[in-house]
Design a protein around this ligand. Structure first.
Ligand SMILES: [Zn+2]
Length: 363
């Protein structure tokens, strides 16, 4: 079969590789629609971010290597022994980070806390290939009301569901979301249906702000148009927001906000409020801890998304409570378009992309 393999950072080739066969507890699938995550698109070029050291070590010792491809919609071709939840012909999507099933946490039914299990696309081959072998525990069935394109976004959406759950919203909380890329827009919609009162969103791209308004933001502010923290304080009677989601940080070379959005988030939240750190920064940051301490701030990071979160995303999208179509800006055709999807996703600002670029694998 054909599979995209990394021979080094920035060296992606469509190679012939042996086709996997269905093993116990595993499902052989044909990827229908796949998108690189922003993290994957940056790692593909060797830009330091989440998991950079691990990927670098694997490339140095194991290349050529099938990497990435955990955000997908696929068709089940064959199931291995013991698989009960899916059958050939089903459409499926997956969560990425899996429990190991063997550590004390997993054995005491706290597998959601396990950090020892494999990650699809990082430890296991993902879906930038004609076939992929996926553990059954990763998979959920896709409702027929959800398109292939939308289904490829469910993994990312499940991470956003986990982020909003981590925030523990109270009914009528004022919420600010920095960054209106795909995860920021997802957090907006999930916060809306999870009890948020007023929602204020921030970005520097007018096209993203327009989508944000369409998807329910009460105020969508352009951070380049003035003092955004002052504007948020004006809108919240001088208090600041109850909860702030920081979804914009990261390398400015890729059009992300550096650490400015985090510093703004810490200023825009009220005393005792919560900042939810969704972004990855790719390196250490200097933060004035005394400022957080003095204001009793909670700086929290999202839990890993579980199968329960993923199944919830299916209900949210199938019922129309979360809309993904307005965020899907680039859909490419054929397995040959995969490198182009990485390029667009790594430079979303330049290409005016909101969601990562998708590839319909059969063209
Ligand atoms: Zn475990």
């Amino acid at each position: 079969m054909k599979a995209w393999r990394f021979h080094a950072f920035g060296d992606l080739r469509l190679d012939d590789v042996p086709e996997p066969t269905a093993a116990a507890g595993h499902v052989l699938v044909e990827p229908i629609c796949v998108q690189p995550s922003v993290t994957e698109a940056q790692l593909a070029q060797g830009i330091p971010t989440l998991a950079y050291d691990r990927v670098k070590r694997r490339l140095e010792t194991e290349a050529p290597l099938q990497l990435f491809g955990h955000e997908f919609c696929a068709r089940v071709l064959e199931v291995g022994p013991g698989v009960t939840r899916v059958k050939p012909g089903d459409r499926v999507a997956a969560r990425a980070k899996l429990p190991c099933g063997q550590c004390p946490l997993c054995l005491s039914e706290r597998s959601t806390l396990c950090r020892k299990g494999p990650v699809i696309g990082f430890d296991l081959p993902g879906c930038f290939a004609e076939r992929a072998l996926i553990p059954e525990i990763a998979l959920t069935l896709v409702d027929e009301r959800i398109s292939d394109s939308e289904a490829a976004c469910l993994q990312s959406l499940s991470d956003s569901v986990a982020a909003v759950e981590t925030a523990g919203l109270q009914v009528a909380d004022t919420v600010v979301i920095f960054g209106q890329g795909s995860m920021g827009l997802e957090c907006l919609q999930i916060a809306r249906i999870s009890g948020a009162g007023r929602i204020i969103t921030v970005d520097v791209r007018d096209e993203a702000l327009a989508v944000s308004r369409e998807l329910g933001a009460d105020h969508a502010l352009n951070a380049n148009a003035g003092d955004v923290v002052a504007a948020i304080r004006d809108l919240t009677e001088g208090n600041g927001a109850d909860v702030v989601f920081e979804c914009a940080g990261g390398s400015p070379k890729q059009g992300l906000a550096g650490n400015r959005s985090l510093l703004n988030a810490l200023d825009a939240v009220r005393s005792g409020g919560k900042v939810i750190g969704v972004s990855w920064f790719g390196g250490p940051l200097e933060v004035n801890i005394d400022y957080l301490r003095e204001r009793s701030l909670r700086y929290l990071f999202p839990d890993i998304s579980t199968l329960g979160h993923l199944e919830h995303t299916v209900r949210l999208v199938a019922s129309g409570r979360v809309r993904l179509k307005p965020t899907i800006t680039h859909v490419l055709s054929g397995i040959g378009a995969v490198p182009r999807a990485f390029e667009i996703t790594a430079q979303k600002g330049k290409y005016k992309a909101i969601n990562p670029a998708q590839v319909m694998m059969r063209g």
